[in-house]
Design a protein around this ligand. Structure first.
Ligand code: ADP
Length: 745
């Protein structure tokens, strides 16, 4: 019994959570802003390296799974072997697990109780401890770290022995005075209750019991613990549940990626996945719905991007000289493979980007269509014969591939942004070197695997995964003489940097930059349709779309009606993990994105805007206490033109309603920024529709419609929103150059 109680206390100190035989409350339920208290628990269990695992039960079903999981995420944990369970050491299966744990770089610790503590101040270290020590030395060849219990003092003689025998002794970070060692069940029970009240423990919001506890004890403790913790507003679950929940998440990621043979996220050079960066560095990829790491990728640098450029250069002649039809067959196959693997691709996308699974699936299908489209379109890359003004000359124009193209993509459409560049570039015979966004490289790698299966020759696509070296890698791509063009989708600020960096080598630039789209609702509009379209454009991908509505200009006569209808619909949104069935809207990509949206809303509210719904983000809680990167969908009214939202792209789930009186005023307001990507308006007056569409200073106009993206239509902006067009027939222009041939006859 004492062992049970002690172990329970230890597990608390370790931040583990386990209540045997009682029904746990699942803390992994959909996080909402109202349920922040559970964030502590999730963080404890998911922050790399922050958790420890006990081997008290011997190798349980999840031990290997856990080790697999840790391996994938590149995280090291500490595993504790309980000194009282020395008999486990003689179990060959257990020895194998301990050895594997050690070989994979985790710390092995030992913990042992009464015989080491003042509560049972044995002067000698028990034979059990010696046996554990001997056994571990035999298995792993080094002495484990000894964890000093938090609930009593380790006896000086025991410490002496540990020191003499080369142990590193570490303390649990709990004030031992609050952890009076309970000697019998009753006081243990009481002690446990006290322990729960210990600010050090309860502030972390978790409690635990060991799963080898006897049933009655566990239930008693469990119920008490549940009652106490729930009364504090926290959520609890067992350690097995906790880890298993994590493992389930990881297993699903692993399985999805496993189907695509991407167990170790890596760069992709010469049709091979390169697991390690030369620097040895890796960077983390996070699940934005939980803020927890899901995988790591090699952090590559200039050396690797140069290698990819040279591989692409080498592959260029052969790829470029293939017939359009030959390339088309590979692209078509790639398209089919995307559809065959659409659910895997969608899951990977949801994992790293956070968007709801259905939306992710939509992106995969939309993205695949670029391969299909360009597979066909490449066959029609017609040249021209010019009627010659001279009898003895013939004049011909042919179109040739640009060369090696540097492709840099953002995280908001990690799949479709790539396919629309890859599709066009490869179709015409270019080869590419890609740098996907550090937040979302997995979708890119999954696509590459499918491209390899579709038959892409070596070197045609290279992927350089990088985070710390983003600037250096980008600069190298822009300055390389072996790269002929850059195709970039991202912010205007970075687009300008790339443009400048590419000036010396006079590269062809295809830039799809920031938006800040206006959406005008005239007094004669169909309000219901306008509300639906505004919501679709504003809140898709939680507002993280470059053609998202940013400024809603609503005629003053219908402002209240429009606002109310929008409010009613937005209020029904269900934010959560993209994997949860009921989720309509996912998280933002990072905490920084949340803070930017918060800043924009605060700025508007301070200057007189009113929130019809949302806007109630509480920044008092530190980021650490929230789960994932959520911002409540918000509709603001009474917006003014000097507010931030009017002038900067918010890139989040916030709709700001401005008013206007006349058509001229609306157009002037819509055109009042340096951005010019997409613009939308609603009106039933046909003459007005022509007038306004022609006057809007944007690359794309949605008239009585906001779902404008299509692989068959040219996507791109004017002013500081970019250069060039993607998709459509025009999309091929970016990757080809004209050659005029004059033949004397
Ligand atoms: P966003 O605001 O959408 O993240 P960014 O322009 O910052 O837009 O990012 C788009 C892409 O550009 C990402 O792949 C990012 O890593 C990359 N990027 C950011 N800064 C640079 C830079 N200085 N040089 C090259 N690429 C960059």
């Amino acid at each position: 019994m004492i062992r049970t109680c002690l172990t329970a206390a230890v597990a608390v100190a370790l931040g583990l959570l386990s209540i045997a035989h009682s029904s746990p409350v699942n803390i992994f339920e959909k996080p909402t802003l109202q349920k922040r208290s559970s964030a502590h628990i999730i963080r404890e269990c998911t922050v790399p390296g922050s958790f420890a695992v006990t081997f008290d039960d011997g190798p349980s079903a999840w031990t290997h799974e856990l080790l697999d999981y840790l391996k994938i995420r590149g995280t090291k944990a500490t595993f504790f072997v309980n000194g009282l369970n020395y008999n486990l050491i003689t179990d060959p299966e257990f020895s194998a697990v301990v050895k594997r744990t050690f070989d994979e770089g985790h710390q092995i610790g030992s913990h042992t109780w009464g015989h080491m503590s003042l509560a049972q101040p044995t002067t000698d270290v028990s034979s059990q401890m010696r046996q554990l020590d001997d056994a571990l030395l035999k298995i792993i060849g080094v002495r484990p770290v000894y964890m000093r219990p938090p609930y009593g003092e380790t006896s000086p003689s025991a410490l002496q022995w540990l020191g003499d025998n080369g142990y590193k002794v570490v303390n649990w970070n709990v004030d031992s005075r609050d952890w009076q060692h309970p000697l019998d069940f009753k006081s243990d029970f009481e002690g446990y209750r006290l322990a729960l009240q210990n600010p050090a423990a309860s502030s972390k919001g978790y409690i635990s019991l060991q799963h080898d506890a006897e049933q009655a004890t566990a239930e008693a403790f469990g119920m008490l613990a549940i009652e106490y913790v729930l009364s504090k507003g926290a959520k609890i679950m067992t350690v097995g549940e906790c880890l298993n929940a994590n493992l389930r998440l990881m297993s699903s990621l692993n399985n999805t990626i496993g189907n695509l043979e991407l167990k170790d996220p890596a760069g992709f050079l010469n049709n091979k996945f390169v697991t390690n960066a030369r620097s040895g560095q890796r960077f983390s990829i996070f699940d934005p719905a939980r803020g927890s790491e899901i995988a790591t990728c090699p952090d590559m640098n200039v050396e690797e991007v140069e290698e990819a450029i040279q591989a692409a250069k080498k592959a260029l002649p052969e790829w470029g000289q293939k017939t359009a039809r030959e390339r088309s067959v590979i692209l078509r196959k790639w398209y089919e493979l995307m559809l065959e693997n659409e659910m895997d691709l969608a899951k990977i996308l949801t994992w790293e980007n956070g968007k709801p699974l259905a939306e992710a699936l939509g992106e995969i299908r939309y993205g695949a269509q670029f391969f299909e489209w360009f597979a066909e379109e490449a066959k029609r890359l017609y040249g021209e014969i010019i009627p010659s003004p001279a009898q003895n000359q013939r004049m011909i124009v042919i179109r040739q591939p640009l060369g090696v193209v540097g492709v840099i993509t953002p995280w908001n459409f990690p799949s479709a942004m790539l396919t629309r560049k890859f599709g066009a570039a490869l179709a015409v015979g270019c080869t590419v070197v890609t740098k996907p966004a550090a937040e979302t490289p997995l979708s890119c790698l999954a696509l590459c695997e499918l491209g390899r299966r579709a038959g892409l020759p070596e070197g045609v696509i290279g992927v350089v995964t990088t985070h710390a070296h983003t600037k250096a890698v980008g600069k190298h791509l822009c300055e390389s003489r072996d790269v002929s063009g850059i195709s970039f989708t991202g912010s205007t600020a970075v687009g300008k940097i790339l443009l400048k960096q590419s000036a010396d080598t006079v590269k062809k630039m295809s830039l799809e930059l920031g938006g800040n789209a206006p959406f005008i609702v005239f007094e004669d509009a169909d309000i219901d349709k306008a509300v639906d379209a505004a919501i679709l454009s504003k809140f898709r991908n939680s507002g993280q779309t470059c053609i998202s509505v940013n400024r809603l200009y609503v005629h003053s006569s219908i402002k209240d009606e429009f606002g109310e209808r929008m409010r009613a619909k937005v209020a029904k949104f269900n934010m959560g993990s993209g994997f949860d069935k009921g989720t309509t809207h996912g998280p933002l990509i990072t905490e920084a994105a949340v803070q930017k949206v918060h800043l924009h809303v605060e700025d508007a509210l301070k200057q007189g805007a009113k929130a019809l719904v949302g806007g109630d983000f509480d920044d008092k809680d530190s980021a650490a206490s929230r789960i994932g990167y959520f911002y409540p969908p918000t509709v603001l009214t009474d917006m003014k033109n000097h507010m931030r939202i009017a002038n900067e792209e918010t890139f989040g789930p916030v709709a700001g309603i401005f008013t206007f009186e006349t058509e001229e005023e609306a157009i002037e307001l819509a055109n009042s920024t340096r951005m010019g990507l997409a613009g939308y308006f609603f009106s039933k007056d046909m003459s007005r529709c022509w007038r306004v569409a022609e006057k809007m200073q944007v690359g794309m106009v949605g008239v009585n419609n906001s779902a404008i993206s299509s692989e068959v239509a040219p996507f791109g902006g004017v002013k500081e929103s970019g250069l060039g067009r993607e998709g459509a027939r025009q999309g091929l222009e970016e990757y080809t150059q004209y050659k005029y041939i004059n033949m004397g006859i």
